[in-house]
Design a protein around this ligand. Structure first.
Ligand code: AMP
Ligand code: MG
Length: 439
């Protein structure tokens, strides 16, 4: 079925937001799986995480020093020091058997549990430790001189200071970043329950395409889209599977698509959605599933298709969503950026797919001849005197893939403006690190 065509066969013109809302309408988080801790990086937790332990489990010392009774150091100064008897020593990982009595000290290393009886730690720097010289030997050092009064609790990290047993440490939906991996490890968890990563089948179509690594025949070009899109899928947390290039015949395309659908959560195709004579993608898509062809009010990347494919298998039928991107390499990447990324994030249980935005001064004119939203590839820098400057990467043709490679931002001319003039402010989506400020 062909959707999105009006009474006169006119293709509907919709905004970026409307296209995205329609696409995300049928998309939701995938099911939960348990993975080894490190593989959870970038995924969302499918369930809340509660701690079964206190962290730290016992009060311990934050400094190398002497565990003492604070009262024994009252009034200590370099001029009026106190002398304590060294009753023992303790490294991290050990437990002190006895108890620190009046007039006693236990030499203790960072992380070691505070011995019973002690209520403060005097760091080495506030004792005669340095004067005694290394290496320290228990037998040779019966006493320690304390030069500074210790307050009760000094240099002691209380039990459960970080996490309390029974506490919810992370909520479901938390994105696992580097610190979350560390926190899960500190809770003793070797695995995490997360929303599964989407598997994305990627299909390039076109008789002109040759795979990188193969010799280029006259009239042919290398297939850039399969790889730029696969890289975007990876960067968005998905698992790409690049299918063999489909030639521009219905049979080839139908076969490729059915191969690729096995196990896929999303099919991304590029090319074949414009009005070219040889674009058979449309026909096949309409026959094998449901597809809408949209004209999105944006530049680059006007034509877009979205629908679902019927995949028949032993147990019945499954529907795989399909995003049909334009063929021009910049348009393919830009439409993936605006639509595909949001789909993958949604499947991952994330809603933070929006890029950060800044307002920047455009240094060149951004032209908008036909009332679309223009995403101009730009190099964005923080200005020495405040604010941001956006310089265009050069010509903005949708075949110029190196313009994407140079850009760290997409400067926007809104649909209702004929241009952004040099020196005017515009909104910019930041997709890479900012450039150094210009002199
Ligand atoms: P089409 O949508 O098939 O009309 O393609 C539009 C333009 O994009 C044509 O110049 C194609 O050669 C080019 N193109 C299509 N697919 C790819 C691809 N996978 N890699 C690089 N360029 C492509
Ligand atoms: Mg083509």
């Amino acid at each position: 079925m062909l959707a999105g065509t009006g009474p006169a066969g006119q293709v509907a013109m919709i905004s970026v937001e409307e296209a995205r809302a329609r696409i995300l309408d049928g998309i939701g988080p995938l099911e939960a799986v348990e993975v080894p801790l490190l593989e959870a990086l970038g995924q969302t937790l499918a369930a809340e995480v509660r701690s079964s332990l206190d962290i730290p489990p016992l009060a311990n010392t934050g400094m190398d020093g002497y565990a003492v009774r604070a009262a024994d150091t009252a009034g200590a100064t370099p001029a009026t020091p106190r002398e304590l008897r060294i009753a023992g020593y303790l490294a991290a990982g050990g437990l002190y058997e006895g108890s620190v009595g009046p007039g006693e000290a236990v030499r203790i290393m960072t992380g070691a549990p505070i011995p019973a009886g002690a209520d403060a730690v005097v760091p080495f720097e506030e004792t005669d430790e340095q004067e005694q010289g290394a290496p320290w030997r228990e037998a040779a050092r019966p006493r320690v001189r304390v030069d500074v009064e210790a307050r009760p609790g000094a240099n002691i990290r209380p039990a459960a200071e970080d996490v309390r047993s029974g506490e919810v440490v992370m909520r479901a939906g938390t994105v696992v970043g580097e610190p979350q991996v560390g926190v899960l490890a500190s809770l003793g968890l070797a695995r995490a329950r997360v929303v599964r990563r989407p598997r994305v089948a990627i299909l390039s179509t076109g008789d002109e395409l040759v795979r990188p690594g193969e010799p280029l025949r006259p009239g042919a070009i290398y297939d850039a889209n399969a790889f730029s899109l696969a890289a975007q899928v990876l960067a968005s947390g998905g698992r790409p599977q690049i299918l063999e290039v489909a030639r521009d015949t219905e049979e080839a395309l139908t076969e490729r698509i059915h191969e690729g659908l096995a196990g896929a959560d999303l099919l991304v195709t590029s090319a074949g959605v414009s009005r070219g004579d040889f674009d058979v993608v449309k026909e096949v898509l309409a026959r094998e599933g449901e597809i809408g062809f949209w004209t999105v009010r944006m530049r680059p990347g006007k034509p877009l298709a979205f629908g679902s494919f019927r995949q028949r298998h032993a147990g019945g039928e499954r529907r795989v969503p399909h995003l049909g991107l334009p063929g021009n390499p910049v348009s393919a990447m830009m439409t993936f950026e605006l639509f595909g990324r949001a789909v993958l994030y949604t499947m991952l249980g994330r809603d933070d797919w929006e890029r950060p935005r800044v307002r920047a001064t455009a240094s060149e004119r951004i032209d908008n001849p036909d009332g679309r939203r223009v995403y101009a590839r730009a190099v964005v820098a923080r200005r020495a005197r405040g604010g941001y400057l956006a310089r265009l990467t050069g010509p903005q043709g949708s075949g110029l893939l190196t313009s994407m490679a140079r850009a760290n931002g997409y400067a926007i001319c809104p649909e209702d403006r004929a241009a952004v003039e040099p020196g005017e402010e515009c909104e910019v989506l930041l997709v890479g690190p900012l450039e150094e400020p210009e002199a």
